[in-house]
Design a protein around this ligand. Structure first.
Ligand code: 5GP
Ligand code: MG
Ligand code: MG
Length: 183
């Protein structure tokens, strides 16, 4: 597949590489300011948050450590059910730690809501959330998100870590898919 083929699959570009990098820098500045006296553990949620984590962590200046979780949400088709299975757990003991969950996108919010309580139950001192995107119209559970990039319409987006059938994660921008891809 060449890059021309990928372009044909997209309806339009929502956020360019430059817009994303600018937003990540803004989020990083806020996070550095808020956590300047603390050692924070960044927890990335595989696989979608890989790009956000890679860029955000390099834009941060204070001391941070990083760990990863992979979770799978049971549900019918593409809808999240809120019942979550851990596919890969953290290596880090969370007792007394300040944790910042790094996510790509919040749709129903059910996965993150479960994850936040799960990490809190392991003795973390604080658990906050940073997500690049959120779909307010789809959110089903009140979940406080301290750092948010953009609120978007409830349409399916790909790129910058976000996939459709494992494809498009490697794009450095975020876009919507052309209907011919999924119909
Ligand atoms: P939630 O539990 O918030 O409904 O599910 C969030 C997860 O669903 C995200 O971490 C992401 O993996 C997936 N997801 C939700 N909306 C989108 C979207 O528009 N595009 C892609 N590629 N994945 C999405
Ligand atoms: Mg995710
Ligand atoms: Mg996915």
């Amino acid at each position: 597949m060449d890059s021309q083929d990928v372009k044909d699959d997209l309806k339009h570009v929502l956020y360019t590489r430059e817009q994303i990098q600018e937003k990540i820098a803004e989020l990083a500045a806020q996070i550095d300011e808020d956590y300047k006296d603390r050692d924070v553990l960044l927890v990335g949620v595989l696989k979608g948050a890989v790009m956000v984590m890679a860029d955000l962590s390099r834009a941060l200046h204070a001391h941070y450590t990083m760990d990863w979780m992979a979770v799978s949400s049971y549900g019918s088709g593409t809808k999240s059910s809120g019942v979550v299975r851990i596919l890969k757990d953290l290596d880090t003991d969370l007792h007394g730690r300040d944790v910042l969950i790094v996510e790509d996108i919040i749709d129903s919010g059910l996965t993150l809501s479960w994850l936040k309580s799960n990490l809190e139950s392991r003795g973390a001192s604080s658990v906050e959330i940073c997500a690049l995107l959120r779909k307010p119209a789809s959110v089903k559970t009140e979940i406080p998100v301290k750092y948010i990039g953009w609120d978007i319409e409830p349409e399916f987006v790909v790129g910058y870590g976000l996939d459709f059938a494992e494809r498009y994660r490697n794009l450095d921008f975020i876009g919507t898919l052309a209907p011919h891809v999924y119909s």
